[in-house]
Design a protein around this ligand. Structure first.
Ligand code: FDP
Length: 324
């Protein structure tokens, strides 16, 4: 509400859309908290377009987010990691001015073992004129985001979001079922004490990435040695670095020549949040928010977190000669 007051022409529609997403987050949170007790763990029995096994909770979270926002008249199309194509609002529903892209449950491989997972979302204004939205609405450069956020199902459930006026964190109070402002105006450290990377891929990285990580580990040229943390849920690792100070990297490697993470519904929203908190995000060459996606599920390498660390890594990676 405070943010809305900063925009004199706001109609309240964006706030209401954020409330719709909060409702989905509360429903998912309730299900995640009881997951070991109900029949919601394990594989759903289908694969998504990326060939990944869909978990029952992935499918539940996907339907929950979509159902919370498709029938409100506020959005015209949604797109998600779990859907092959963008999903326009159903025929007969009023199509609104917003577009929501999301990863309903990030960190799927952690679901069954009770390790933090998250939901990532990003909101754009539609570029199509009217009626149900389309793929073009979902394929905008990240710098055009109106809002972005994530929900972390950790030791408590937190919502962290930005509308381009700083980053704010809310903790779900389960006794009253509301997200309460607990972390106003989050700023991240300019230099991190931590790095997060799947170091088992070391031998598959380029020499430049190997050099960056070795230098961070050992300390080099005035850099203090960094400690390492790897939860293997982007939301959890990013959140930790945001609050404690650190940098997350998922580079290209010989097994994943385009990187592993998805630009539209994973990297772009996190990049918007990170920049708003004073950090930076690149693909090792370009600012993530400047990349115009060609396809919904396109992958990108990602370097994100403390500004000085992202700049350091980007300088070394970008200077590396391109090998065939
Ligand atoms: P997951 O495959 O479990 O869904 O989004 C992909 C992601 O998780 C990120 O959340 C996480 O940071 C990364 O992949 C984990 O990659 P590794 O399997 O290489 O550890």
């Amino acid at each position: 509400m405070e943010q809305e007051r900063l925009h004199p022409h706001a109609t309240g529609e964006l706030s209401n859309l954020l409330y719709d997403i909060c409702l989905a987050a509360k429903i998912i949170s309730r299900q995640v908290r009881r997951a070991g007790l109900t029949d919601i763990l394990g594989a759903f029995g289908t694969k998504n377009i990326q060939g990944e096994q869909q978990q029952k909770l992935d499918v539940f979270a996907n339907e929950t987010v979509r159902n919370a926002i498709h029938y409100t008249g506020r959005v015209c199309v949604t797109a998600s990691e779990e859907d092959d194509e963008p999903v326009p609002v159903p025929a007969g529903q009023r199509a609104g001015k917003y577009v929501v892209v999301f990863d309903p449950l990030d960190g799927s491989s952690n679901i069954d073992v009770n390790i933090p997972i998250g939901t990532i979302f990003s909101i754009y204004r539609r570029v199509s004129r009217n009626g149900p939205g389309n793929a073009k609405d979902c394929l905008q450069a990240g710098r055009h985001q109106v809002a972005a956020g994530y929900v972390l199902y950790g030791s408590s459930t937190m919502l962290v979001y930005t509308t381009g006026k700083g980053v704010h964190g809310f903790t779900l109070d389960p006794t009253i079922g509301e997200f309460l402002l607990s972390h106003p105006d989050i700023k991240t450290a300019p230099v991190g004490g931590y790095y997060s990377i799947n170091e088992s891929n070391f031998d598959r990285w380029s020499p430049a990435v190997q050099r960056v990580i070795t230098n961070w580990k050992k300390g080099e040229g005035g850099i203090k040695p960094k400690n390492m943390r790897w939860v293997a849920s982007l939301v959890a690792d990013f959140h930790r670095n945001l609050l404690a100070g650190g940098v997350f990297i998922y580079p290209t490697d010989s097994k994943s020549p385009q990187g592993k993470l998805r630009l539209v519904y994973e990297c772009a929203p996190m990049a918007f949040i990170c920049e708003q908190a004073g950090g930076a995000a690149t693909d090792g060459h370009r600012r993530i928010l400047d990349i115009v996606p060609d396809t919904l599920h396109q992958k990108t390498p990602l370097v994100i977190g403390a500004k000085a660390d992202v700049e350091y890594a980007t300088e070394i990676i970008a200077a590396e000669p391109v090998t065939a």
